[in-house]
Design a protein around this ligand. Sequence first.
Ligand code: PEP
Length: 246
Amino acid sequence: MKKLIAGNWKMNGSLESNAALVKALLSHSDDWTCDVALCVPAPYLSQLQNLSKASPLMFGAQDVSTHDSGAFTGEVSAGMLKDFECRYAIVGHSERRQLHLESDALVAAKAQKALASGITPVVCVGETLHEREAGLTEEVVKRQLAAVIHLNGHCISEIVLAYEPVWAIGTGKTATPEQAQHVHAVLRAQLRAASAHADRVQIVYGGSMNAANAAQLLAQPDIDGGLVGGASLKAADFLSIIAAAH
Ligand code: PEP
């Protein structure tokens, strides 16, 4: 299947730096053989919509509300994202699970809202270091994915799934290709049990993926791409990861 390399800019960027970064990326877009997307802060969606026109670059948001409209200050609805032609919305990033106390059920509801608007949710699952050391990795990721399957079983093959071990995000510590592959295979089996179309789901790895480790991770049979934080902010690094995904 075609791999997906998605950048997660987190809360970084400016009109000026975004334009320079996207221009540098697009100057190599003729070489891309994988899907490439950038998940950007909501205020920059309109800019990305313009910059990516007539190019293979896709873009998305980093979150989506479970509500359609109303008194939810600060929230952004799936309909609003659709207005800007967002292709993707990250849901359940560990930073939101941890800093905003998002539950499995809330993440599943966000995925549902995105799907209902024709936006592909990039559903993030992953264990903390404490959970890994306690031998709970499989239990945790399966529980997180089960909530999403429970609410979205009929269209679960429409999601992108990101395995992001929390201890590897922004820390410079990467899961070994074997560690990541093991969890991806567990997740693939869980998807297969839920859907006849599970093999369509891109299961991407996230957690300090960089130009040096991308090729080995992406060579694993169940690693269908990457969700890239820090390295997506530097054109040369992100382009190296894209080049490693064929
Ligand atoms: C992320 O934010 O999803 C991520 C994987 O970050 P980093 O690549 O910086 O670890």
